[in-house]
Design a protein around this ligand. Structure first.
Ligand code: MN
Length: 342
């Protein structure tokens, strides 16, 4: 049976479902949860959408967003079905899932690094987004695409293709987008919410990140650090700052951008890699214990942010055979990269 058929078999009869997605959810993650909710709504199933991390503020326009619950330690009756969306590994859902009894795990995703943790897995790395897969699910299920569902699906495809600019932008996703506009998604309105409604604080934070960007033109690398202090000064939550991850790669001549982000809890750093697919950053992230796509991948290191920069930047130079005429600050501060032996 094809992936979509197996998934629909598992979902169609379920009376109670728990739906969740990865920590620090992005547009595709949030949109996919809501899209699945719209798809299953007419079936009369009881659907709980629970996430361990809050969603970025700009997504509050999505139809049905009030249905997403932030996990707050509540106890839940067992769920016969858990649906994980856009999530490459079970632990990326967050540890709350371990505290809820779940039956069949349905795993719908497009990350090439997905480890097939579900009982039913539908992983399609050729899909631009999980939203694209959910449109195919809606069609398979014979669910009509109303404006609410179209808005969610369009937002997933839009954000995961970087507004139809990344290498995953395909004829298939443009065809889907075209159809979703016909079904009532409003591209101008969606982009206004996502890209033309920024707070001044967010713009100032962006300015600061750009000012402090390290660029090594010789080696075609750029990296930046996002600290709690920077976010606090700008009055921006870390959740709302996550899209700044694309800034290092936006420099002309740079083919690998890295963002180091401090966690709320000390001693942990998120490292996000972005490229055009060459170098394949999913390989880099995997070697550091993470995963992702060839053009967008990341990992979490048990290190303070400064230490993570000092360890990862020289490791990347070495790993990719890049040379720089001028030694960088991070290289000068190079120390034994704990835990980074490949
Ligand atoms: Mn995605």
């Amino acid at each position: 049976m094809h992936g979509v058929e197996r998934v629909w078999e598992a979902l169609r009869g379920a009376r109670r479902l728990l739906v969740s997605t990865h920590l620090n959810p992005d547009g595709d993650a949030i949109s996919s949860e809501l899209a699945l909710d719209w798809i299953l709504r007419s079936s009369g199933a009881e659907i709980s959408i629970v996430n361990q991390s809050p969603y970025p503020d700009p997504y509050r326009f999505l139809p049905g967003i009030e249905r997403i619950h932030l996990y707050n330690g509540d106890s839940y009756a067992p769920f016969p079905v858990l649906v994980a969306l856009d999530c490459g590994r079970k632990n990326r859902l967050g540890d709350f899932v371990g505290r809820i009894e779940c039956g069949t795990v349905v795993n719908i995703d497009h990350h090439i690094s997905n480890d097939q943790f579900g009982d039913v897995n539908w992983i399609d790395p050729k899909a631009s987004s999980t939203g694209e897969l959910l449109l195919e699910l809606a069609d398979h299920a014979g669910v009509p695409i109303g404006p609410e569902l179209a808005t969610c699906l369009y937002t997933g495809i839009l954000t995961d293709t970087g507004n139809f600019t990344f290498a995953n932008t395909s004829p298939r996703c443009h065809r889907h987008a075209s159809r979703l506009i016909e079904c009532g998604a409003d591209p101008a309105e969606i982009s206004r919410y996502l890209y033309r409604s920024r707070s001044v604080g967010k713009l100032r934070l962006q300015a600061r990140l750009i000012t402090e960007l390290h660029v090594d033109e010789e080696a075609s690398l750029a990296w930046a650090t996002l600290t709690r202090e920077m976010c606090d000064d700008a009055g921006v939550s870390i959740t709302d700052a996550l899209d700044l991850v694309t800034i290092p790669l936006s420099v002309d001549g740079v083919d690998l951008g890295i963002l180091f982000r401090e966690f709320d809890e000390p001693g942990k750093t998120k490292v996000s890699f972005r490229s055009e697919g060459d170098p394949d950053v999913s390989i880099l992230a995997r070697e550091l214990g993470g995963g992702g796509h060839p053009s967008a991948a990341g990992c979490t290191l048990e290190m303070e942010t400064d230490d993570a920069v000092a360890a990862v930047v020289p490791w990347v130079y070495d790993r990719l055979g890049r040379r720089s005429r001028k030694p960088t600050l991070a290289m000068l501060r190079m120390r034994h990269p704990k835990g980074l032996e490949a």
